[in-house]
Write a protein that binds this ligand. Structure first.
Ligand code: BEZ
Ligand code: FE
Length: 288
């Protein structure tokens, strides 16, 4: 095409991809091109602004490695990760929330009621409940994988002087679908702020904090695996999560107890917070 103009550049680009054999690819790339072009036209993007955007992507690539993905973090702070979670959630299961970058495979497998407190200081928490199917029936042998920050807001990656799997564990539910975990109350913390995403947040006059939360992966054969988070109701940032992961159904009351009698049969050290949550797993698509 030799007559490219403002009027035909978008259909001209789309036309070059009309023979792509994958229909979903055609739909995705076509829509992306249309929206990118519409965005540039709407704001009348200048060369300098285009360059700033390209530089952001270049710097995101430069700062990323196997442990840090600045593109995922960009998606998180722009709400895209949470939008994708919301679009793909199941009406029959617990709501999902962002995975984040701090998951580590292979945490120790502990029995129901176990403690991951170790040498960590902080307020004690008993987190407990059941894993249920969509009809409310207990799922025995479901696998939960937990991780969280310590009481200073640090994940194990930032505390190399502590045990490798500090404040992480996996657990199978018992015959009644129950799980129970003794831990410490996590603290709000900042997402990585020293790269291009940090610059973006500063330019937008935004903070980088996430309200305190437990991360949990839950899986059981024949059910959709769940990636979610549980939040503390009293956290100062509960209504201001930098990555938009909070859902009202995932905000929990931390009930304080001065003695351990209500926590029998678990050997909980008082005072502690009793936090109860039941996970619901939707059936896998195609499962009976
Ligand atoms: C986190 O919860 O650990 C997290 C989530 C998204 C971005 C950064 C951190
Ligand atoms: Fe987190």
């Amino acid at each position: 095409m030799r007559n490219i103009s403002l009027d035909n550049i978008t259909p001209a680009v789309l036309d070059t991809m009309k023979d792509a054999s994958d229909a979903r690819f055609r739909e995705l790339i076509g829509s992306l091109v249309k929206h990118l072009h519409a965005f540039a036209s709407e704001v009348h993007l200048t060369h300098a602004e285009w360059n700033t955007g390209i530089d952001f992507l270049w710097r995101a690539g430069r700062i990323s490695d196997e442990k840090r993905n600045e593109f995922v973090l960009s998606s998180d702070v722009l709400g895209l990760s949470s939008l994708v979670d919301l679009l793909n959630g199941s009406a029959h299961g617990t709501e999902s929330s962002v995975l984040g970058p701090f998951y580590v495979e292979g945490a120790p497998l502990l029995p129901v009621g176990a403690s991951i407190v170790g040498d960590n200081s902080g307020e004690r928490v008993l987190l407990r409940g059941q894993v249920l199917d969509a009809a409310g029936q207990p799922l025995a042998g479901a696998l939960l994988d937990f991780w969280q920050t310590d009481a200073d807001g640090l994940y194990s990656q930032a505390t190399p002087h502590k045990p490798e799997f500090n404040l992480r564990c996996r657990m199978h539910t018992d015959a009644m679908g129950r799980y129970a975990l003794q831990t410490v109350k996590p603290l709000y913390y900042s997402v990585p702020y020293d790269g291009p995403v940090g610059d973006l947040l500063r330019a937008a006059a935004r903070h980088a904090l996430r309200p305190s939360h437990f991360h949990v992966l839950v899986s059981a054969p024949g059910h959709r695996p769940l990636v979610t988070e549980l939040f503390a109701e009293d956290d100062p940032y509960i209504d201001a999560d930098a990555v938009f992961g909070v859902r009202s159904t995932l905000v929990l009351h931390f009930e304080r107890h001065e003695d351990a009698t209500s926590a029998a049969p678990y050997k909980v050290e008082a005072p502690f917070y009793d936090v109860k949550f039941d996970f619901r797993l939707a059936a896998e698509e195609g499962a009976a």
